[in-house]
Design a binder for this molecule. Structure first.
Ligand SMILES: NC(=O)C1=CN([C@@H]2O[C@H](COP(=O)(O)OP(=O)(O)OC[C@H]3O[C@@H](n4cnc5c(N)ncnc54)[C@H](OP(=O)(O)O)[C@@H]3O)[C@@H](O)[C@H]2O)C=CC1
Ligand SMILES: O=C(O)C(=O)Cc1ccc(O)cc1
Length: 444
């Protein structure tokens, strides 16, 4: 990190440029300018007047387009859709200020780095970043990946670090290859699981929180519903981009669908012994060396329900087969991934997903009860079947690299849940805050 004096000099003399003033770009513009940096930004030129209008009380300046931003900025961040990153970098690169540093904020780094190498003038340095959380989460303490890719000037990297320190995030230093491998393991599969739950509920036309305590009730189910709806309240391109552009993610998502299919087949064939052996082997591989307190427990999640129903005495919740959670642990085992290795570079959603699977596998008797429910209780069979079909369908869409189908499937489900999204976001935010606080306390 640079000396304080040096940072103050940079703050007075350097300009930060942001191309793409969507959710993430806007968050960066606000945080950097609030910390005293000079920030200029733009979105598509058609939005210039509108953005000028609504940025009147802001500390950052709106410019007409990426050429205007690029020619005066010392650090330029491209914060646009992953699908168009090559095109946009190609468009504005000729205007890059001589000797500046350039990077991007897309969620998968190989295409971004390739585009920067291909289009930037050779005097520009390349440092890319990735905040591992959505725009609604406070960046303080969250992982922020910094990729020092090409630095002729030894001040370039400390300069970018100084800018980024405005976010108060935890800096994680990786190469772009390491970044993409890890985020395929963490983000892409996590999203595949919750996206598949959403499709399954949509296909059976069920708002899971509306059917009383009989099914989809309790802490686990709150996590599934809240996180799934949280993903569907975001923009489709964020999830499509990070899954489709990352080749490592294709393999992971395919394995997740395969694990879900194979476990479901064991349920349907009544093969309890085989199922038990397979899940215990996965448990040993993933959680065998875990000691100490669990990341999460069911009781802290119980209050975050979208349901208005107050449980009455004598009302019992049927045990769920938790296929979506069994399948993730099985796929970690099949791919020999230790999810704890990635916690340093993980998103809140991944930590929550790991927390609930850990709870399921490590709480005495819970896994056995779940296996028993999967084999002997058919209350969730139809839902599980829809889940398997949904997981396979997402896996095909991603491996065929179809942005169009991804968008159509995502938006169909988004439309179904639309009336509940604002409320789900409020509850989901509270749940995430509590969980993160809880996980931090346990880690401490
Ligand atoms: N949202 C999240 O949770 C996170 C997202 N990311 C990544 O950050 C990037 C941005 O995401 P996010 O902010 O959520 O997405 P948004 O869609 O909110 O923002 C992207 C913005 O870039 C604009 N844009 C498109 N073309 C141009 C152009 N030629 N010049 C200037 N602006 C342009 C888009 O306009 P238009 O909509 O009209 O196309 C849009 O406003 C993505 O690559 C995403 O993967 C990273 C971490 C978290
Ligand atoms: O936490 C998650 O997985 C999210 O859904 C938010 C998100 C989306 C894209 C990113 O590149 C980083 C974070």
């Amino acid at each position: 990190m640079a000396e304080l004096n040096q940072v103050e000099v940079w703050k007075r003399t350097k300009t930060i440029g942001i191309i793409g003033l969507g959710d993430m770009g806007q968050m960066y513009a606000e945080k950097f300018s609030e910390s005293g940096w000079t920030v200029v930004c733009c979105d598509r030129e058609e939005r210039y007047e509108e953005l000028l209008e609504c940025s009147q009380n802001k500390k950052y300046t709106i410019l007409k387009n990426g050429h205007h931003v690029s020619r005066i900025s010392d650090y330029i961040i491209y914060s646009v859709e992953a699908e168009i990153i090559d095109k946009i970098i190609g468009l504005y690169s000729p205007s890059t200020k001589v000797g500046s540093v350039v990077g991007g904020q897309t969620s998968c780094k190989s295409p971004e780095i390739k585009a920067l190498e291909k289009h930037l003038p050779p005097d520009a340095d390349i440092v890319s970043v990735h905040s591992l959380h959505g725009p609604g989460v406070d960046p303080e303490g969250q992982p922020l990946v910094l990729i020092k890719h090409r630095c002729h000037n030894d001040k370039s990297f400390p300069f970018v670090e100084a800018v980024m320190s405005s976010l108060k995030s935890k800096h994680v230093y990786l190469t772009y290859e390491e970044h993409d491998k890890i985020t395929a393991d963490t983000q892409a599969v996590t999203h595949a699981a919750f996206l598949s739950m959403g499709v399954a509920w949509y296909k059976i036309q069920l708002y899971p929180w509306t059917i009383g305590v009989n099914r989809w009730f309790g802490g686990f189910e709150n996590v599934k519903v809240n996180i799934s709806l949280r993903i569907y309240s975001n923009k489709w391109h964020v999830y499509a981009g990070l899954a489709i552009t990352n080749p490592a993610a294709h393999q992971q998502i395919m394995q997740y669908a395969k694990s879900a299919t194979e476990l479901f087949t064991l349920f349907a064939q009544n093969k309890k012994e085989e199922l038990t052996q397979r899940l215990y082997a996965a448990k040993e591989f993933v959680f065998g060396k875990q000691e100490g307190l669990l990341l999460l427990d069911d009781s802290i999640l119980e209050k975050y329900s979208l349901s208005q129903h107050v449980p009455q005495e004598g009302e019992e919740t049927l045990p769920n087969s938790h296929l979506s959670l069994l399948a993730i642990v099985d796929s970690w085992h099949q791919l020999k991934i230790n999810p704890y290795d990635h916690i340093i570079c993980s998103t809140p959603l991944f930590r929550i997903f790991l927390g609930v699977t850990e709870y399921l596998f490590m709480t005495p008797d819970l896994l056995d009860k779940t296996i028993d429910a999967a084999i002997n209780c058919d209350a969730f069979r139809a839902d599980d079947l829809e889940f398997v079909i949904a997981a396979r369908s997402w896996s095909s869409i991603v491996s065929f690299e179809s942005y169009d189908l991804y968008r159509r499937q995502f938006e169909e489900v988004q439309e179904f849940f639309k009336p509940m999204l604002p409320e789900a976001n409020v509850i989901g935010n509270e749940m995430i805050k509590t969980i993160l606080r809880h996980v931090d306390q346990k880690k401490a």
